[in-house]
Design a protein around this ligand. Structure first.
Ligand SMILES: Cc1cc2nc3c(=O)[nH]c(=O)nc-3n(C[C@H](O)[C@H](O)[C@H](O)COP(=O)(O)OP(=O)(O)OC[C@H]3O[C@@H](n4cnc5c(N)ncnc54)[C@H](O)[C@@H]3O)c2cc1C
Length: 283
C-alpha cells in the first residue's frame, strides 16, 4: 500500500511528485514517462518564470532532468478505473492494481467529450482497458475508438481476441492492422443499446452492430474514472487546498479549471502535495 498515488505526468503531477519526494512520502506516480504532450507540443513558451523564452521540448527536458535528479520513478500506464475502498483507493492500470491512501488527480483536461450513451454504458459494453476487458469479447464483434497511434498495439491485441474489429482511428497516419480490423471512414457519433451496447452510430448515420466498444484515449472522462466525483462545468470541483468532495482525493492542474497554464498547474500541484501530506499526518 502506497501513502499516495499521483495520476498524470503533466506539470501538475511533476510539481506534486517533487514535493512528495522532498517530504519522503512513499508514492506511486502513474502516467507517461514522456510526461505530457501538451508540454512537448508547445512551439514557444514565454510565460514560464526563469525561462524567458523556451520551447515545449525544452521545458519537458528540464522537467525530466529534475525528476531524474530527484530519483523519482514513473510507472508507465493509464489508470482506467479507481475504486474507493474502506480507507484507501484501488487503481486499475492494465491488468494490475495499485492501492494508496490518498490520491492526486492531475489528468489534465480531455479535449474531446464523451460520446452520447458512453457514460451510461460503462461496464455494460463500454470499456477503457483492452487488457482488463478484452477477454470478455473473445469471438465477438467490437468497435475500437482510438485517438493516439501509441495505442495501436492494444487494437492489435483486441483483434487477436475478437472476431471483427470496427476501427475508428481519430488521427492521421498509416495504419497497419490485421485483416479482421475494418477501418471505418466515418466518425463515431454515439453508442446505443437496451441493457448493453449493441450499436455504434456513425457520422454518416450508419448503425454498426457490436457487442462492445473500447475507447483508447489519452484521457478518460473524470466521472467515468471515479464515480461520485463532483464536477462543475466539466472540471473537478476543489477547495483552496485542492481537496475534492471525496475523502483523500485531491486534484490539480487543467482538470480543476481555467486558465489552462503551466504555472497554474505547477502551483496547484504544489498546494495539493502539501494538503496530501497534512491529510496523511492527520490520519
Ligand atoms: C499547443 C499548446 C501550447 C501551450 N502553450 C502554453 C504556454 O505557452 N503557456 C502556458 O502556460 N500553457 C500553455 N499550454 C497549456 C498547458 O499545456 C497546460 O495548461 C498544462 O500542460 C496543464 O498541465 P496539467 O499537468 O494539468 O495537465 P497535462 O499537461 O494535460 O498533463 C496531464 C497528463 O495526465 C495524463 N493522463 C490523463 N488521464 C490519465 C489516466 N487516467 N492515467 C494516467 N495518465 C493520465 C495525460 O495523458 C497527460 O500526460 C499549451 C497547451 C497546448 C496544447
Amino acid at each position: 500500500m502506497y501513502d499516495a498515488a499521483i495520476i498524470g505526468t503533466g506539470p501538475a503531477g511533476v510539481s506534486a511528485a517533487l514535493n512528495l519526494k522532498i517530504h519522503n512520502k512513499n508514492f506511486i506516480w502513474l502516467g507517461s514517462r514522456n510526461l505530457s504532450d501538451k508540454v512537448t507540443k508547445a512551439e514557444k513558451i514565454v510565460n514560464y518564470p526563469g525561462f524567458p523564452e523556451t520551447t515545449g521540448e525544452g521545458l519537458n527536458n528540464a522537467f525530466k532532468a529534475h525528476i531524474e535528479s530527484a530519483g523519482i520513478e514513473i510507472t508507465e500506464g493509464m489508470v482506467t478505473a479507481i475504486y474507493p475502498m474502506e480507507d484507501h483507493y484501488a487503481l486499475a492500470v492494465s491488468s494490475e492494481f495499485f492501492e494508496a491512501r490518498v490520491l492526486l488527480l492531475a489528468t489534465g483536461i480531455a479535449m474531446r467529450n464523451t460520446l452520447p450513451g458512453e457514460s451510461e454504458k460503462v461496464g455494460r459494453g463500454v470499456s477503457y482497458c483492452a487488457t482488463c476487458d478484452g477477454g470478455l469479447y473473445r469471438g465477438k464483434e467490437i468497435a475500437v475508438v482510438c485517438n493516439n497511434p501509441r495505442f495501436e498495439h492494444e487494437v492489435k491485441y483486441l483483434a487477436e481476441l475478437a472476431s471483427a474489429v470496427h476501427y475508428f482511428p481519430l488521427y492521421k497516419g498509416i495504419i497497419d492492422m490485421p485483416e479482421n480490423v475494418f477501418i471505418e471512414s466515418g466518425r463515431p457519433k454515439a453508442v446505443d443499446g437496451e441493457e448493453r451496447v449493441s450499436v455504434v452510430i456513425t457520422s454518416s448515420g450508419d448503425q454498426i452492430p457490436v457487442d462492445g466498444v473500447f475507447f483508447l484515449r489519452d484521457s478518460i472522462a473524470l466521472n467515468n474514472l471515479l464515480p461520485g466525483l463532483e464536477t462543475t462545468e466539466g472540471h473537478i470541483a476543489v477547495d483552496r487546498s485542492m481537496a475534492t468532495n471525496l475523502p483523500g482525493v485531491f486534484a490539480a492542474g487543467d482538470c480543476t479549471g481555467t486558465p489552462y497554464q503551466y504555472t497554474k498547474a505547477v502551483g496547484e500541484g504544489n498546494v495539493a502535495a502539501h494538503s496530501m501530506i497534512s491529510y496523511l499526518a492527520e490520519k
